[in-house]
Design a protein around this ligand. Sequence first.
Ligand code: SAH
Ligand code: SF4
Ligand code: F3S
Length: 447
Amino acid sequence: MTDQANPPAVKKLFIKTYGCQMNVYDSQRMAEAMGADGYVLTEDQADADMVLLNTCHIREKAAEKLYSDLGRLKPLKAERPDLKIGVAGCVAQAEGEEIVRRMPLVDLVVGPQTYHRLPAMVRGEAPAILTDFPPEDKFDHLPARTSLNRATRRAPAAFLTVQEGCDKFCAFCVVPYTRGAEVSRPVDRILREARDLVDRGVREITLLGQNVNGWHGAGSGGEWGFGRLIRALGGIEGLDRIRYTTSHPNDMADDLIAAHRDVPQLMPYLHLPVQSGSDRILRAMNRKHTAAGYLRLIDRIREARPDIMLTSDFIVGFPGETDGDHQDTMRLVAEVGFGTAFSFKYSPRPGTPAHDRPEVDSRVADQRLQELQGLLTKQQKAAQEGMVGRALGVLFEKPGRQAGQMIGKSDYLHSVFVDAPQAQVGDLVRVRIVESASNSLRGELAA
Ligand code: SAH
Ligand code: SF4
Ligand code: F3S
């Protein structure tokens, strides 16, 4: 009930999100938590009462973006000293009070495991810097997804974090340090959140975790693996599409592969990062899988779901990488044929085992990156063109710029433009793909 005489003062919150989908999810949850304190989201930073930067630490460039954005906020803060500036996410976790030392205009620093306390921090009822790994589960202290207010944009596709942290300790990666140890959320909480989302019109859920397929938990009948969780989600009426990201090759259990065959709502799309095609480099990276093992796994997944599209992440120029190692990566890519992939030049990160190893010449790494991206772009184009003539499901997410046009995502996550004057956001329709453009497809409503 709202108090008519004393309506809560509406304050405006601007959030900028960097990094991975887990940060996108966290930003939504922080918006919901702040919504309970009367904050609504604004798209206009200059108009905000609070600016929250939800940051990423994965590569140096990602982390440096925070400081250039903070620099740009200086005039605004000088003009309006009561403007609150908060830093959340993985840079907050990694650098803590160092951020305030470097940029005194920052009022609050909150890590990925403490953001349930953000409203209290803003009210001045909790410390201004919180980057511990508290014993309590933050999700138990956040408002339920159903309490979404005007602050949160509604969309037919939603993220749902089911697993946090990582215990894999790849030699290049900050995630085990910024996100902490691997924790799986309990089955009942996940199913409840999924049902809440479906109740408010969500038709597609992407399950998130840095090592999402390593999820496990106690369910009915004993210990569940990730495949079992997907089967349970497949039983939710109104949940038409399930996706998940990101997975580690070593956690692709038989039951999960079988779920790709058996659960019709599970989309034929799998992001399975391999990082390199060279066993020597994979060992140096502490990836604990081989190139041949990855290829065998791909064979089994394709056997279970022949129309699946595979995507991956690659790092080039990892310390010690030779031309021969790079050619191994090129061969693996040629052999698998990816729908799309992210490829990055290695960036040494403070506190990680590979940080002080001798680096590959930067120009050589650039050349390798270019060569790899050339091949990946060709494969992406071929995969997209292979969609032409096919009838696919498309979930409309927003109206297009032209009258009567809708934009949605295909089963394979391609953006599809469709003339559909009668349709609404949230409709899931059959579309015949008629054309492949540079970064999207065009389709027509199928009869
Ligand atoms: N948990 C996921 C991905 C985590 S980060 C996994 O295990 O695959 C996303 C991607 O960023 C990684 O897959 C990797 O390709 C890239 N990445 C991580 N650390 C990096 C670094 N130090 N330099 C360059 N790329 C990096
Ligand atoms: Fe990082 Fe490796 Fe964990 Fe992925 S599996 S988050 S790359 S340490
Ligand atoms: Fe970046 Fe943290 Fe995600 S480092 S990739 S925001 S887990």
